[in-house]
Design a protein. Structure first.
Length: 81
């Protein structure tokens, strides 16, 4: 059986090219995934900030509505002084 070194070198070169292509594709996919993850994390941070603002707003609103109801109950109870 005769071994053709040129044929083996050609096959090895094709395999190396294919591997290089796959590695580039994986790196590109990894970079795309990292960018998407960064955008998701930025969106989550923005939502957390908005949530913190809303907690203060709704807490104040609840306090105000409670105060209004307490005042209405006080006025309608007829026991002022």
């Amino acid at each position: 059986m005769e071994i053709n070194v040129t044929d083996i070198n050609c096959r090895v070169a094709k395999v190396e090219q294919r591997l290089d292509g796959l590695v580039r594709e994986l790196n590109t996919n990894h970079e795309d995934n990292r960018r998407q993850t960064d955008r998701i994390m930025d969106a989550i941070d923005a939502l957390k900030k908005d949530n913190d603002k809303n907690k203060g707003f709704f807490g104040g609103l609840t306090f105000a509505v409670g105060g209004i109801f307490a005042f209405i109950v006080y006025i309608t109870s007829g026991k002022h002084f």
